[in-house]
Design a protein around this ligand. Structure first.
Ligand code: TMP
Ligand code: ASP
Length: 237
């Protein structure tokens, strides 16, 4: 399978068309941005690591949790063939521990464990800064149907239970993460985008050391080392 035209370039990935109308190739970059693109940098080795971690987790989610995904096959260190889907314009955030924007919004310190997961939706629009929206916005504005929204919520919570247990088994607290979903040509919802240290908060269970993109966002140093540590822990599991 070969790349044809560049269809889309995002902040962390490029998407190419292929000879097959139904298949795209995603190519992961080392570029890192934060605060809606205001802060820019590079995390060396990130593209390879995020490609491998995403594919590993999506495969396990398909097999062991019954979550359909866009994954077809890994083609190289940075490139993966995926099903072409139309992305539902929502960032679906699941939280187990208070951190980041939730900590600021409700005035509770980072690290407080939630008694049940919190589910949030943001409307994917960079120009608007991805504003938070609720179910009634999503339905009234036609971003998803009622049935699709129920499927998305069910999948997001199932992904959370599966991943929380998996990460716990390798000594990592899954603090929170962001998912995106796509619609296949025949109208089914599948998990798309990535699941990586760019899109999750990972804390070492014992030391609470941050092993994710917050090291870049907050200038904590050694983001490269944190991404490598996550790759080693996941693939050693
Ligand atoms: P937040 O606390 O900044 O709202 O982030 C919640 C989770 O979503 C965190 O794991 C990081 C992830 N995230 C993204 O993947 N992309 C984004 O653009 C933002 C703001 C957060
Ligand atoms: N990737 C997002 C951006 O560039 C935000 C983030 O991950 O913090 O703004």
């Amino acid at each position: 399978m070969e790349k044809r035209d560049l269809m889309y370039e995002g902040k962390a990935k490029k998407v190419f068309s292929t000879d097959d109308e139904a298949i795209c190739i995603v190519s992961y970059k080392d570029d890192a941005t934060a605060f809606n693109g205001e802060k820019k940098g590079t995390i060396r080795g990130k593209g390879v690591i995020n490609n491998k971690i995403t594919n590993y987790l999506m495969k396990r989610l398909e097999k062991e949790a019954g979550i359909p995904t866009h994954l077809i096959e890994e083609l190289s260190d940075t490139d993966t063939a995926v099903r072409k889907v139309s992305i539902v314009p929502l960032e679906v955030i699941v939280r187990n521990i208070i951190a980041g924007s939730l900590s600021k919004r409700v005035g509770i310190e980072e690290g407080v464990v939630l008694p049940r997961p919190v589910l949030e939706f943001c409307y994917k629009d960079d120009a608007l800064g991805d504003p938070m929206v609720n179910d009634s916005h999503i339905l009234a504005l036609g971003w998803a149907t009622e049935e699709e929204l129920e499927t998305i919520k069910d999948y997001a919570l199932r992904v959370n239970s599966y991943l929380r247990d998996f990460f716990s088994s390798i000594g990592i607290d899954l603090v929170d993460f962001k998912l995106e979903f796509g619609r296949t040509p025949d109208g089914r919802i599948v998990l798309a985008d990535e699941i990586s240290p760019d899109t999750c908060r990972f804390w070492d269970s014992k030391t609470k050391k941050k092993l994710d993109k917050d090291r870049f966002r907050r200038d904590l140093g050694d983001a490269e080392g944190a991404y490598k540590e996550m790759l080693t822990r996941i693939f050693g599991a």
